[in-house]
Design a protein around this ligand. Structure first.
Ligand SMILES: Nc1ncnc2c1ncn2[C@@H]1O[C@H](COP(=O)(O)OP(=O)(O)O)[C@@H](O)[C@H]1O
Ligand SMILES: [Mg+2]
Length: 231
């Protein structure tokens, strides 16, 4: 029997996905009538086994891929944080990397400086502004990637297993940092993970199975559901 968590009611979604289907060109079907809503200003997580379609769903949300059918709506600008920050940070120093993300906005030098400093302060790394990227830890790199999205005034953060390459301390730092950014700055975040201990920091979570959201609800509800499944 499928359980439903009735304690969570979504009133104002920042992300609304309705009935999307996605197949790769080789015909393999990844997302099958997949639907979800992420409430504005909340921190939600997306769980599911390897190959269930989590990364594909995030790429569809970021418009890096297009669905064959279904609709995706979101409010505001999206920032993406990859599992491996080395795929994302392109400039030699922290400050230059964040400023590089602002090129299209044609800001003055002073405006760029303010945006970079504000974004670095938001992730508590202002003192690393002149540090070379190669000298950062994995957790610091992920926070710089997040600062890049904040500097661009992103309203929605999509994070694809951002802690997969981190040690347990940096993992905890990152998840609490995102939780606090969501609360302080009104950002909406969708975080992919397979680590159940991270669920505790979320406002709610979705469980993806074979390309469909098969359950969703509070962290406690999802944890119980997953623990039950493993027996
Ligand atoms: N570029 C690609 N071409 C074809 N199949 C792919 C490609 N990328 C991923 N897949 C397949 O799509 C399915 C879903 O992958 P993915 O979204 O990465 O899952 P998850 O992130 O949940 O582990 C998997 O079966 C994977 O092998
Ligand atoms: Mg993935």
């Amino acid at each position: 029997m499928k359980l439903k968590d009735k304690t969570i009611k979504v009133t104002h979604p920042a992300i609304l996905v309705e009935d999307i289907c996605f197949n790769w060109p080789n015909g393999s079907q990844v997302l099958r009538s997949c639907s979800l809503k992420v409430p504005k200003g909340e921190f939600w997580m997306l769980l599911g086994t390897n190959g269930s379609g989590k990364s594909t769903l995030l790429r569809l949300l970021a418009k890096l891929l297009s669905p064959q059918s279904g609709t995706i709506h979101f409010e505001g600008k999206i920032g993406f944080v990859f599992q491996n920050p080395d795929h994302q940070l392109v400039m030699p120093t922290v400050g230059a990397d964040i400023a590089f993300g602002l090129v299209e906005e044609r800001l003055s030098q002073l405006q760029i400086r303010h945006r970079v400093e504000d974004a670095l302060s938001a992730v508590n790394l202002l003192e690393l502004q002149r540090r070379p990227i190669y000298a950062l830890s994995g957790g610091q790199k992920q926070r710089i990637a997040i600062a890049g999205a904040i500097a661009r005034n992103c309203d929605i953060l999509l994070l694809d297993e951002p802690t997969a390459l981190l040690d347990p301390d940096s993992q905890l730092d990152l998840v609490t940092q995102v939780q606090s950014l969501v609360k302080k700055r009104g950002i909406t975040a969708l975080w992919v993970t397979h680590r159940l201990n991270e669920l505790d920091y979320s406002d709610g979570a979705f469980l993806l199975d074979k390309g469909q959201v098969v359950d969703q609800g509070s962290p406690e509800f999802l944890k119980q559901r997953l623990i039950k499944d493993s027996f």
